[in-house]
Design a protein around this ligand. Structure first.
Ligand code: FAD
Length: 325
């Protein structure tokens, strides 16, 4: 964030916190776990909404002189000896030294480069989310372990927070959005404390986002010729370490550093993915392990070991992530 010149704005807009609470489904404390990331004037976590992050990043890109075109895609792409010829869906055409695709989990660019070798896979679990007014007791991310589901509340600012609820949804069914409110209320039946307050305020008009949890991990390198993918297009994980946005931002910074060096582009792109791959794999594996651990009910059954094991596990994760990206 600092190297992108947006740390101050993010800190001013977001909600900083230094710890995480793990609770049972009735709100009883199972573990308070300090966040060991960051240091100095950089808080370990700054939560903020996607629209706020987009606004801040768009502002910075604008100030840096980037030309931003919305609502347009690649129609044709030809990687030739002198550059990449791109024709856009709005009819424009141009030649580029490098094409970078941060085009998400279902990346069309990934398909262009690698065919169907790396398609997202469904984990068997989904997450239900909604945004609501922040309860005063929610001043850091707080997770509530149920028998076979997990709820969580995270501040997004002084006035807002969001609810997440992870459930098993075998077979990846598609539901009618009109039934989301009833389905979420039913799935959160066992919860007390703050999740119950949020659940009991759900009405037919509540906007709920339902997302199947899918993942993909493309082995390095992430380029072919002068075209490279990054962010979720190259490595999308379950959201359990809340690192997806940070991973994409770090990719952008590391890619810029790599191509800035006076080395041939092929070497720069090789080095870029080689530098990022261990981190991408770590986040991928640890996020998935957390998901499975929570959903198999193990965590609910072993209260006496939980606090120590969680502190140890999170400290390991924080130490790894605190290394340079
Ligand atoms: C349920 C859930 C919860 C999450 N929670 C967190 C969290 O708490 N913290 C966190 O850091 N991360 C979280 N993530 C992950 C985070 O959202 C992603 O890792 C992050 O958005 C990746 O950024 P990206 O730019 O690579 O891809 P995206 O944000 O997906 O952006 C891809 C962009 O490409 C565009 N696009 C796609 N196809 C085309 C095309 N053909 N032409 C032009 N444009 C195209 C899309 O419109 C989109 O704007 C969560 C994800 C999920 C699913």
């Amino acid at each position: 964030m600092r190297s992108l010149g947006v740390l101050e704005e993010v800190a001013a807009e977001g909600f900083a916190f230094h710890r995480r609470f793990f609770r049972n489904s009735q709100g009883g404390l199972r573990a308070e776990v300090p966040s060991l990331l960051g240091g100095g004037d950089v808080p370990p976590n700054i939560a903020l909404s996607r629209p706020a992050l987009h606004r801040i990043l768009n502002g910075a890109a604008d100030r840096a002189g980037a030309k931003i075109v919305m609502g347009c895609s690649i129609a044709e792409l030809n990687d030739g000896p002198h550059g990449v010829d791109v024709t856009f869906t709005d009819g424009r055409a141009d030649r580029y030294d490098l094409v970078v695709g941060f085009d998400g989990l279902r990346s069309p660019l990934r398909r262009r480069l690698f065919g169907d070798a790396y398609e997202p896979t469904f984990t068997g679990y989904s997450v239900w989310r909604l945004t609501c007014p922040r309860l005063p007791t929610i001043d850091c991310i707080t997770l509530y372990q149920g028998e076979h589901s997990k709820a969580g509340l995270c501040p997004l600012g002084d006035d807002e927070m969001y609810l997440l609820h992870v459930t098993a949804e075998p077979g990846n069914p598609r539901y009618d959005p009109a039934s989301f409110p009833d389905m979420l209320i039913e799935r959160m039946r066992e919860y007390g404390a703050e999740p119950a307050v949020v659940r009991d305020a759900i009405t037919a008009d509540t906007t709920i986002v339902y997302s199947p949890l899918e993942e993909v991990l493309v082995p390095a390198p992430w380029h072919r010729g002068r075209v490279v993918i990054a962010g979720d297009a190259a490595h999308a994980s379950t959201p359990h370490l809340t690192q997806g946005a940070a991973m994409a931002l770090e990719d952008a910074v590391v890619l810029a550093e790599s191509v800035d060096r006076a080395v041939p582009l092929e070497q720069a792109l090789q080095e870029f993915a080689a530098r990022r791959m261990p981190r991408a794999r770590f986040v991928h594996e640890r996020s998935r392990a957390s998901l499975l651990n929570e959903m198999t009910g193990e965590r609910a059954r072993e209260p006496e070991r939980f606090a120590d094991a969680t502190r140890r596990r999170m400290a390991e994760v924080d130490r790894f992530l605190d290394q340079p990206a």
